[in-house]
Design a protein around this ligand. Structure first.
Ligand code: MLC
Ligand code: AMP
Length: 517
């Protein structure tokens, strides 16, 4: 029987000499550690054996809200290896958010920091979780202590291509988060296509500076490096200066646009400093053409922009080399996200699901082996998001030009992308509307020089009530992840409305667009 277990596929790509470096930690308090390929294999075997010893049903959810560390990566690999489903949770999430995810996913195991053990374990045990372990970014915690008693040999579980490997929660326009279910086959097929399309080669070294709770850092970056047997220079937290210093030792860098903006502010970023680099990749949010141009002028490199989603992994990419499907085009064009990846069908349609003529704007839909299996325990929501012929409705609005380049021009979903993180206004508005004295609120995204876009809240008080904007922000901070907090809050007498009474968010965006200019 063919095993589609993603860990097995990644392991098969490790270099023959397992004693060479797979990950080297750089920057911060935990710099200077070297993990060989053998270390990754043995450590993930020990953790997978620990999971096996718990006698969990196959496909159990293993939730982790832990700081980025190589050990957190090992936990991910061990979960795949043992045939369970990894559920990564951003460390910025607050207790209310965690309670929802744990209640919804019903994980068998929860891993958290030692500092959060009290409240996280309370939530987890209440939801029926049997095992709560701790893991900190200094290699301490009960998870490692328990794993240390297990064998460092482990045969990966047998997984089908459609078996779940990961659930990634994404918020929604209703404010309720949905767990996107990704299979071993979704992730492996995408990683294999990207390896080819981006010309991963022997000698590549990846700088890994992104969080590992989301698709970009966890899949695109890690699967890319492991599937090519390439070492990673690993930063637990993005530090622009440290990254610039690493360029002479690396060949590939991946970042959200904010990372490029911050790197451009480093005086040490010069052509000479990046002479050894092969490829700079950007995604998760629109890369401004200014950033694309500035990077080219400053470094001589053309950033390759690609487009993806939690539900689909990567969908399109600008070409690394000539793409025969598109007349041999090899130019990376700023302001576009390139071509549909091989094996991925992408169409731009009107409201009747008819493909629009070349150059015209419409809704982007995709179909392919990378597209997820649906939302966890939300069959109706899943059905709504797919067309009858199996295309997923991305909620992004775009066009395809005569040469085949796709551009994203907007979103039909009410979504703000801030520093590469998605923020759904409905969720923030829901929290504000529950506050005493608040009648209604609207949250809109406005341009921001560092984060690309940030949220601004506009609130109306109930008749006779007084609402303090600072108190609104303070109350939100206690409930929501920090990146979701609006950067400004205004209390006003009324909101602009259309004849149907609906709030005209475009007018609010226009009114506040210069706030951070
Ligand atoms: C941090 N802050 C943010 C923010 N990140 N505000 C808005 N948007 C963000 N993204 C705020 C905090 O609330 C805090 O505010 C202050 O900035 C400092 O916090 P920090 O944690 O020290 O920030 P910093 O380390 O500078 O983080 C910035 C960042 C980070 C850009 C490095 O946001 C980041 O790593 N972003 C990458 C996200 C990512 O990986 N996305 C991929 C999703 S996958 P205060 O007021 O509390 O001081 C996906 C699919 C695809 O989208 O296609 O890839
Ligand atoms: P997420 O739900 O975090 O996976 O975010 C996915 C969304 O990020 C997509 O639906 C797009 O709106 C956006 N996105 C990802 N890459 C790009 C890009 N290169 N340009 C514009 N938007 C992007």
């Amino acid at each position: 029987m063919n095993n589609h277990n993603l860990y097995a596929a990644l392991r098969a790509s490790f270099p023959a000499d397992l004693d060479t470096t797979a990950v080297e930690t750089v920057g911060g308090a935990h710099a200077g550690l070297r993990y060989t390929w053998r270390d990754l294999d043995r450590a993930s075997a020990m953790m997978a054996n620990l999971l096996d010893s718990l006698k969990l049903p196959a496909g159990s959810r293993i939730a982790a809200q832990v700081e980025k560390s190589v050990e957190a990566l090992v936990l991910y690999l061990a979960t795949l290896r043992a045939g369970h489903v990894f559920l990564p949770l951003n460390t910025a999430y607050q207790s209310g958010e965690i309670e929802y995810f744990i209640g919804n996913a019903e994980p068998a195991v929860v891993v958290c920091s030692q500092a959060n053990f009290g409240w996280v374990s309370k939530i987890a045990f209440k939801a029926g979780t049997r095992h709560v372990f701790t893991l900190d970014d200094d290699r301490t915690g009960s998870l490692l202590q328990r794993a240390a008693h297990h064998s460092d040999q482990h045969t990966p579980a047998v997984s089908g291509a459609d078996d779940l490997g990961v659930i990634i929660y994404t918020s929604g326009t209703t404010g309720r988060s949905k767990g996107a279910m990704l299979s071993h086959g979704n992730m492996l097929s995408n990683a294999q296509v990207l390896r080819q399309y981006w010309g991963w080669q022997q000698g590549d070294v990846l700088i890994h500076a992104l969080p590992i709770f989301h698709v970009h850092g966890l899949f695109v970056a890690i699967h890319g490096a492991l599937l090519n047997g390439s070492p990673m220079l690993w930063l637990n937290k993005f530090e622009p200066r440290a990254v610039v210093e690493l360029f002479p030792r690396a060949t590939v860098f991946m970042g959200v646009p904010t990372l490029y903006v911050r790197l451009l502010a480093e005086p040490g970023l010069t052509k000479q400093q990046v002479a050894h680099m092969r490829l700079f990749i950007s995604g998760s949010a629109p890369l401004l053409i200014e950033t694309f141009d500035d990077w080219k002028t400053r470094t001589g490199h053309t950033i390759l922009e690609r487009y993806g989603m939690s539900e689909t992994v990567m969908i399109t990419s600008n070409p690394y080399a000539a793409d025969a499907r598109f007349g041999g085009a090899s130019e990376r064009r700023g302001g576009t996200v390139g071509f549909p990846l091989p094996g991925n069908e992408l169409r731009v349609v009107d409201e009747h699901t008819r493909t629009v003529p070349v150059g015209e704007i419409g809704a982007i839909q995709v179909r392919g082996p990378n597209v997820f299996k649906g939302y966890w325990r939300m069959p109706e929501k899943t059905a709504e998001e797919f067309t009858a012929d199996g295309f997923f409705k991305t909620g992004d609005v775009g066009r395809i030009d005569e040469r085949g380049y796709v551009s994203i021009v907007g979103r039909s979903k009410d979504l703000i992308i801030s520093g590469g993180y998605n923020v759904y206004p409905a969720e923030i508005e829901g929290c504000i509307n529950e506050m005493p004295g608040v009648a209604e609120s609207a949250v809109v995204g406005v341009p921001h020089p560092d984060f690309g876009e940030v949220g601004v809240a506009v609130v109306i008080a109930k008749p006779g009530a007084v609402v303090d904007p600072d108190a609104v922000v303070a109350a939100l901070k206690a409930r929501l992840a920090n990146f979701k907090i609006p950067k400004r809050c205004f209390v006003v007498a009324e909101l602009p409305r259309n004849t149907m009474g609906k709030v005209q968010k475009n007018l609010l965006r226009e009114q506040h667009k210069g706030l951070f200019a």
